[in-house]
Design a protein around this ligand. Sequence first.
Ligand SMILES: *Cc1c(COP(=O)(O)O)cnc(C)c1O
Length: 218
Amino acid sequence: MSLIENLKTVRESLPENVTLVAVSKTKPAADVKTLFDAGQLDFGENRVQELVEKYEQLPKEIRWHLIGHLQKNKVKYIAEFVHLIHSVDSEDLLKEIDKQGKKHKRIIDCLLQLRIAEEDTKFGMEKREAQKILHHCKTEYPNVRIIGLMGMATFTDDEKQVRKEFVFLKDCFDYFKFYYPYLKILSMGMSGDYKIAVEEGSNMVRIGSSIFGEREYN
Ligand SMILES: *Cc1c(COP(=O)(O)O)cnc(C)c1O
């Protein structure tokens, strides 16, 4: 199937309230352009350098999402243009994003990444830390706006396990939303598990291989 057909198939499988972030990591800018021309606006990358390179080559209307682990010393490269940072996993990082936001005279939208997987390889913070940050971020970090949560489930075929992790994240989201009603984005679900994520309340999915095809790393 062609890229555009893949995009269409994925889009049609999503309810209207779910935002699709097309994850273009390792794929050429030309593929992004093809999908942009077909109406896709949101794209995600997990590495800063690749994100910056594509940003420079492609139409400025594209909304770029940073979805992978972000090192503090690299925030400065994306602060000017990034649409949403999904992977805030420490207060130190948030502090740096705030600093760079101020420098560029903008408020940078962020999600707090919670650790929901049993695997210990995934980044993310605990619920308690997220709670602590939400409590004071508005006053302490005026150039950051936390608008939701992100999480990655365990990479497994065990659907029950994955569902349990997504349910946990949705519960955290609902709990925080009660105190901070401005939270609106729950980013969960990738190619292999987005249908479960959507059933469990996701409103933003990050999908790569189902659209662009399998990735080759070398
Ligand atoms: C690569 C990646 C995705 C997309 O993965 P696919 O399985 O190709 O859909 C989603 N989220 C994050 C954080 C990623 O790094």
